[in-house]
Ligand binder design. Structure first.
Ligand SMILES: [Fe+2]
Length: 466
C-alpha cells in the first residue's frame, strides 16, 4: 500500500506502456527505401500491348506446367476460332508433333471474349528445349519452352516470385528486372492479382487482353503457376448481375487441378524439381468440411519429402503481415490452416495482396484455445517462413503504412516494388532473395538461406530424428 501511495497512478500507466512497448520492439529491419509515387498505367499504344500483325493472329500466349511431363499452352484468337492445334518439336528434331486443344469464350457485362484456346501437350522429354507453333498461314507464331528436370530429391530448381502485377510502368520494370536477373528463374510462382481489370469502368475486360499481351513476352517461354487474388473475383451483383466468381480468370488460365484430385482450379498442387507446390484460394470457402479444407487435409499427408523435400504453399492473402494495408485479413485462414503448416513442416508460405515486401521469422501462433490466453506468436523451428511479395507495381501504388514498432515476428519489411527468387540448391539448402526495383537497376535488398524444414544439413530427417 505504501508503494502505491508513493507512485502517481498516471506514472504507473506510463511505465506499463513503456514496458509493453519494449516487449514488442524486438522486430527486424524496416527497409528505408520508400517509393511514394503513384504508378500510372502504360498507355494503350505502348509496344508492350501491341496486337500481333495479321487477321486473327494468336495473341496472349501463356504456358503452364502440367503433371506428367506436360505443358498447357493457352492463347487467344480475337476474331474467329482459328486453329486449336499446337505443332511442337524438340530442338534437335525436325519432326513436328501435333497436339489438339479446345477453345472457350465468355461474356462479362458488355464484353465478349475472343476465342480462348487451351492445349495440353503430354509425354515430353525431361530437361529438353521444345519449339512450338500456333496459328494459320501467315499468322503462324513460333515460341519455345524448356521442360523441367525429372522430379527428385536433389534437383536444383529456380523459381521466380511475382505478385500483384497490374499493367503500369512499374509492372513493366518489375517484369524486366525479373527477366534480366542473372539467377534465371525457370518458372514464375505468381501470387495473385493479375490484370486489375476490375478497377476500370464496368470491369473493362479489354484490360485482361492488354495484360495478356504485356505478359506474353515472358509467359510464352516459361510457365507461370497461377494463384487467384481478390482482383480475379469479378463478382458484381447489383450493376451488371455478374455473379459467377472468377469467371474471366478461370476461362483464361487453365491449371491441372484434377490431377491433384482437387475439385476446383482455385486450389491444387504440382511438383516441380525437388519442390511440392500447394496453391490455396484465400477467396473460396476454407472452413471445416468445405471442399478446400478437405482437399488440403488429404493432400498434406501425401507429400513425400524423400522425393520432394521442399514444401511450398502459395496463397494471395498473407496470414502474417505487419502492414496496415489489409491488416488481419488473413487471420481466419491462419486459424484454420496454420497448425497443419507446422505439423507438416511447410518450408515457406508465399503471399501477395499487401503491396510491399515482408519476410517473417519462423514463428507460430497455434497454442490459443480461447481460454488459455496463449495468443502471441512464438519462435517455432517447425513453422514456415512467411514471405509477402505483393509488390509487382500495380496502379494502387505501394502500401506504406506499417504497424509500429515492428513486431517481433517480422524479420524484414519494405514498402517498395520488386520480385523474388527462390533458388533450390540441394535437398537441404535454398537461397531466397528479394530484388527491389530501384531507379534504373535491381538491388538485392533482402536475402535468406533456407535450411529445409524436414531434412537437416547432414541429410537426416528431422522428423525421423525425434
Ligand atoms: Fe489483392
Amino acid at each position: 500500500m505504501a508503494l502505491l501511495k508513493v507512485f502517481d497512478p498516471c506514472a504507473i500507466c506510463l511505465l506499463c506502456l513503456v514496458l509493453s512497448a519494449s516487449e514488442l520492439c524486438n522486430g527486424g529491419i524496416t527497409g528505408n527505401f520508400l517509393r511514394k509515387e503513384y504508378s500510372p498505367d502504360m498507355p494503350l499504344d505502348s509496344d508492350v500491348f501491341q496486337v500481333p500483325p495479321g487477321y486473327n493472329a494468336p495473341q496472349q500466349i501463356a504456358g503452364f506446367l502440367n503433371h506428367d511431363r506436360g505443358v498447357i499452352i493457352s492463347w487467344i484468337t480475337p476474331d474467329e476460332p482459328g486453329s486449336d492445334t499446337v505443332l511442337y518439336w524438340s530442338e534437335n528434331s525436325k519432326h513436328k508433333n501435333r497436339a489438339e486443344g479446345i477453345f472457350v469464350r465468355y461474356k462479362f457485362f458488355n464484353y465478349t471474349s475472343g476465342y480462348i484456346h487451351h492445349c495440353t501437350i503430354k509425354n515430353l522429354e525431361y530437361n529438353t528445349k521444345y519449339m512450338y507453333e500456333i496459328g494459320i498461314g501467315y499468322t503462324i507464331r513460333r515460341f519455345w519452352f524448356k521442360t523441367p528436370p525429372r522430379t527428385g530429391p536433389a534437383v536444383p530448381y529456380t523459381f521466380g516470385l511475382i505478385g500483384d502485377l497490374g499493367q503500369t510502368h512499374d509492372s513493366n520494370v518489375t517484369l524486366t528486372y525479373y527477366e534480366s536477373n542473372p539467377e534465371k528463374g525457370k518458372t514464375v510462382l505468381f501470387l495473385g492479382d493479375l490484370s486489375y481489370s476490375n478497377d476500370y469502368p464496368f470491369h473493362d475486360n479489354t484490360r485482361w487482353d492488354t495484360w495478356g499481351r504485356f505478359l506474353e513476352r515472358n509467359a510464352a517461354y516459361q510457365p507461370w503457376i497461377w494463384t487467384a487474388g481478390n482482383h480475379e473475383l469479378d463478382f458484381v451483383l447489383n450493376l451488371y448481375e455478374e455473379t459467377t466468381p472468377f469467371k474471366p480468370y478461370m476461362h483464361r488460365y487453365y491449371v491441372p487441378y484434377a490431377s491433384s484430385h482437387s475439385t476446383s482450379p482455385l486450389w491444387y498442387s504440382i511438383k516441380r524439381g525437388s519442390a511440392y507446390l500447394i496453391v490455396l484460394s484465400s477467396y473460396s470457402a476454407y472452413g471445416k468440411s468445405t471442399p478446400q479444407y478437405k482437399w488440403l487435409r488429404d493432400e498434406l499427408p501425401k507429400v513425400d519429402r524423400s522425393t520432394t523435400p521442399w514444401l511450398i504453399v502459395l496463397m494471395h492473402c498473407p496470414i502474417y503481415t505487419s502492414n496496415w494495408h489489409h491488416f488481419m485479413e488473413g487471420e481466419t485462414m491462419r486459424v484454420v490452416f496454420e497448425s497443419w503448416f507446422v505439423k507438416y513442416k511447410v518450408d515457406v508460405v508465399f503471399s501477395g495482396h499487401v503491396h510491399a515486401y515482408e519476410r517473417s521469422k519462423r514463428i507460430s501462433n497455434i497454442a490459443y484455445n480461447i481460454m488459455n490466453g496463449m495468443c502471441t506468436p512464438v519462435d517455432d523451428q517447425s513453422a514456415p517462413v512467411y514471405i509477402t511479395i505483393g509488390d509487382g507495381g500495380n496502379h494502387d501504388g505501394p502500401a506504406i503504412g506499417m504497424v509500429e514498432p515492428q513486431p517481433s515476428f517480422s524479420a524484414y519489411r519494405e514498402a517498395s516494388f520488386g520480385h523474388g527468387i527462390f533458388d533450390i540448391k540441394s535437398r537441404t539448402h535454398a537461397y531466397f532473395s528479394w530484388h527491389r526495383n530501384q531507379d534504373g537497376y535491381a538491388v538485392e535488398a533482402d536475402s535468406f538461406w533456407f535450411h529445409n524444414s524436414y531434412w537437416n544439413p547432414l541429410g537426416k530427417s528431422f522428423v525421423a530424428q525425434y
